[in-house]
Every structure is written in structure tokens, then in C-alpha cells.
Design a binder for this molecule. Structure first.
Ligand code: HEM
Length: 414
């Protein structure tokens, strides 16, 4: 049976889950001519792809993509050049600088060893008190309003403030940091790649602010994350540009994802009052709620890989350099791995979900995200039974990669 699916399309973003099931049942390795990509949807295969990085690599656009036609190629080159000019750096430096998420093998391991030092369990634990204070501030903010949007008033500010404090952004620039971060994140939708768009302006301002900070920390380290990154000695030392790119990655990888985890959890609880009652009755269930939300409605629906040579998966041939779309959101709903997977159940054992990825690139910020979600939901949950949605319809982010609610307006229940 042929299944119609186009992974880089917004068509299924309202509710992708029935389509994922169709794929798992009838085309577990699916080729889409439109996006020239192979999508992998079963749990077992998703795990295989993610752990076999020598065959399925993370990387920047490959020669096949660059050669795909003059307009795309030219556009990309132009973008790289203008990007280099705006950031006052040489294009070859930009090309040479490493980005954790797109490195492979030893290069990735070396880099990961440096940044891991900034996210050790001990360091993450040391942030807990401050994260709880920020969650309490968020709660006070929403309590002060009769009607509020949970996303903008609570779920967005928390991770951005946490990461800016962890990085050591000074108080005077915290609001700027939030503004830059929001603009960068908003720019990853249909605006992505617009060199004259607000995201690029924000990135230029962010880099202009951070560049002297990075240099200052090299001279005189403090105990912030940037100091941890720049004080590493050894062959894998990060250049200034690489530190800036890493901060940029943290904004993209760490903020919107955590915001969406919070929104998705609250939305799921509003849809499932019986599950809300269970968590209210026993707050020890909050970690179970977080894992089940990650499994049931993953904030990151897909990651992408490239085949390093001609290979076969489930009897389907995948050519060298092909783009492989790894459907995390589908793997988490695979009935071969999770019984009755479409049921949202905070008491189930959701361990093994793939929402933070798997293997070498497993999410660096998973412990921090879990800490933030726990602090936020523990603060917020007691309020929820007294609240109701302002409007019944749900609006999703305009993205096939990231899944979350654009707004979640609440008011006291009638
Ligand atoms: C609910 C929240 C989050 C989700 C669902 C999430 C999801 C993911 C996923 C799926 C990957 C793997 C990407 C791949 O395999 O290509 C990843 C990687 C990463 N995440 Fe997260 N993330 C979250 C929060 C965070 C936070 C809070 C941070 C840091 C502050 C963070 C930093 C990173 C980084 C740096 C990587 C790249 C790791 C590497 O390439 O070695 N993430 N994340």
C-alpha cells in the first residue's frame, strides 16, 4: 500500500499521529519525492538510525543538496557570505567553526566533552533553587491576571531567564537577551534564512554583546557557563566564534523545546481531567507526567540525518548522502514498543521515549529541561483545577519539526 506523506510539509501538523500510524504499518521506511527524503517511523528503526552514526551522520548540507539546482545553491552561498559580513568574520572561519549538533565521530566527542562540563549533574542540581524561584515568580505573574496566556506569561520566560543566568548574561542585558532569543526562535519558522529578517538582526546584536563577554571570560573566568566553555585547555579548544555558535544553539535547542513541553503538558492535562486529578492527588507523579508528555506529544517531532553510503533499511535502498528524516514523535507512539500508545496515561512507564534523541547526540540539556518542567509544573498544577480554556480551539506552532501551542489562554472556571 502506498502512503502519501511529505515530511517537510505543514499539512499534518495539527495532528500528525494518524499519519504516523499509517506510515509505521504500511511504509516504515518511506520515500518522498517531493522533499527527496526517506522517513523512518518505527521505534526500532528510529533507535537504529540514531545509534548508528557511522551510517547515519549529523551534518551540514551535503554536496548533493548544494548541487541540487543553481537557485538554492546560489541562495545558500549568498546567505553564508552576507552572514559572514554581518558578523564581521571571514567566510572560511565560519565554514571551519564547529557546531556541536552537526559534528560526528571523534570531532563531536571532543566538543561534547568540553560542553558536558557545563552540564554535569552537580551543576544542574546547583541551579534548582533559582529555577524554583523563577517558577514562583511566573506563578505570581499569572495569578495577578484574571485571564492570561500561559505560554507568553509563564512557559516562555522561564527557560530564557534560566539560560541567560546560567550563561552569565549581566542583569542590564537580561531583557535584551530575552528579546534576541525570542526573535531568533521566531525566525526559525518560515522566516528562516532571511538575512534581513528580525532573527538575523537579533543574532547580530546578540553576537555583538557576547563577543567581548567571551573575550573577558578568557582573560578572567568566573563560574558561569561561558567561562566553563572558554577555559578548557587542549587541542579541542573552542574558538570565540564556536562559543558564540554554541550559545546560539542553546537558544534554539533549549528554549522553545522547554516552553513547548510545559504548554503540551498543561494542554494534555486540560484534555484529560482524570489524569490531572491523579497528579493533583499525588504530586510525586509529576516526573511521570513529564515523561508521559514527552512521549505522547514530543516537543521535537523529528531530527535529520544523512546516509554516509548506499545502504538498506527494512529492504528499502537508501542512497549515499540521502536525507533521512527520523520521526521521534512516531517512534514514541509505536504500538510495538508502548502498549495502547495513543492513550495519555501519567501512570504508565514511559521510559525509553526518544524525545531527547538517542545515542551520541542525546540532548545535552535533558536534565535541565526536566528540572525546569518539574519546578514549573509543581508550582502551577494546584491552580489548574480552578482554570478553564478561554477558547476551545487549539493553535499549533507553524512548524513540522517543533510541536507546541502558540497560545494557551486560561481564566477562572465558571
Ligand atoms: C523538553 C526540552 C527539550 C527537548 C525535547 C530536546 C530535544 C533534543 C533532541 C531530540 C536532541 C537530539 C538532536 C539530534 O539527535 O540531532 C537534542 C540535542 C541537544 N539539546 Fe535538547 N531538548 C530539550 C531541551 C534542551 C535544553 C534545556 C538544552 C540546553 C540548555 C538543550 C540543549 C541541547 C543540545 C546542546 C543538543 C545537541 C547535543 C549534541 O549534538 O551532542 N536541549 N535535544
Amino acid at each position: 500500500m502506498s502512503v502519501e506523506f511529505e515530511p517537510l510539509s505543514h499539512r499534518w501538523q495539527q495532528d500528525p499521529y494518524p499519519k504516523y500510524r499509517e506510515l509505521r504499518d504500511h511504509a516504515p521506511v518511506h520515500y518522498s519525492p517531493e522533499s527527496d527524503a526517506w522517513s523512518v517511523s518505527r521505534y526500532e528503526d528510529v533507535q537504529t538510525v540514531l545509534k548508528t552514526s557511522e551510517l547515519f551522520a549529523s551534518r551540514r548540507p551535503g554536496p548533493r543538496e548544494l548541487a541540487k539546482g543553481a537557485p538554492g545553491w546560489l541562495e545558500l552561498m549568498r546567505l553564508a557570505l552576507r552572514f559572514a559580513i554581518r558578523f564581521r568574520t571571514a567566510p572560511w572561519k565560519l565554514n571551519r567553526s564547529r557546531m556541536l549538533i552537526s559534528e560526528n565521530g571523534e570531532a563531536h566527542m571532543l566538543m561534547r566533552n568540553i560542553v558536558n562540563r557545563g552540564f554535569t549533574p552537580r551543576r544542574v542540581l546547583s541551579w534548582e533553587k533559582r529555577v524554583r524561584e523563577l517558577a514562583a515568580e511566573g506563578l505570581a505573574r499569572v495569578r495577578a491576571e484574571r485571564e492570561f496566556d500561559l505560554v507568553t506569561a509563564f512557559a516562555v520566560p522561564l527557560p530564557v531567564t534560566v539560560i541567560s543566568e546560567i550563561l552569565g548574561v549581566d542583569g542590564a542585558h537580561r531583557d535584551d537577551f530575552k528579546r534576541w532569543s525570542d526573535a531568533v526562535i521566531q525566525g526559525t519558522g518560515s522566516e528562516m534564512g532571511r538575512i534581513d529578517g528580525p532573527a538575523m538582526d537579533a543574532m547580530t546584536e546578540l553576537f555583538a554583546y557576547l563577543r567581548p563577554v567571551v573575550r573577558a571570560r578568557r582573560r578572567e573566568p568566573t563560574d558561569d557557563l561561558i567561562s566553563v566553555l572558554v577555559t578548557h585547555q587542549g587541542e579541542a579548544q573552542l574558538s570565540d566564534l564556536e562559543v558564540l555558535m554554541f550559545v546560539f544553539l542553546l537558544l534554539l535547542a533549549g528554549n522553545e523545546t522547554t516552553t513547548n513541553l510545559l504548554g503540551n503538558a498543561v494542554d494534555a492535562l486540560l484534555e484529560h481531567p482524570d489524569q490531572l486529578a491523579k497528579v493533583i492527588q499525588d504530586p510525586e507523579r509529576v516526573p511521570g507526567l513529564i515523561e508521559e508528555t514527552l512521549r505522547w506529544d514530543s516537543p521535537v517531532q523529528m531530527v535529520s540525518r544523512r546516509a554516509t553510503r548506499d545502504l538498506e533499511l527494512r529492504g528499502i535502498r537508501i542512497p549515499e548522502d540521502a536525507q533521512v528524516v527520523v520521526l521521534l514523535g512516531s517512534a514514541n507512539r509505536d504500538e510495538r514498543r508502548f502498549p495502547d500508545p495513543d492513550r495519555f496515561d501519567v501512570t504508565r512507564d514511559s521510559r525509553g521515549h526518544l524525545s531527547f534523541g538517542f545515542g551520541a547526540h542525546f540532548c545535552l540539556g535533558a536534565a535541565l529541561a526536566r528540572l525546569e518542567a518539574k519546578a514549573a509544573l509543581e508550582a502551577l498544577l494546584p491552580e489548574l483545577p480552578g482554570l478553564e480554556r478561554v477558547r476551545p480551539e487549539r493553535e499549533f506552532l507553524d512548524s513540522y519539526v517543533v510541536r507546541g501551542r502558540t497560545r494557551l489562554e486560561l481564566r477562572p472556571a465558571a
